[in-house]
Design a protein around this ligand. Structure first.
Ligand SMILES: [Zn+2]
Length: 49
């Protein structure tokens, strides 16, 4: 069974810069600060979908 993945999109420019394994048990939307190369700084990235 393939591992499901979700994309993390920059909340500033909308680029999907990262993917993380999907967690079926987690109901809340993931939000993490990560570096966005398009913004050139750390921005808040949100789980898409
Ligand atoms: Zn960005």
């Amino acid at each position: 069974m393939a591992q499901k993945k979700v994309a993390l999109a920059c909340s500033v420019c909308g680029s999907r810069n990262y993917t993380v394994p999907a967690s079926p048990n987690r109901k809340v939307r993931l939000e993490v600060k990560k570096y966005c190369k398009y913004c050139g700084k750390h921005t808040l990235h949100r789980e898409t979908r």
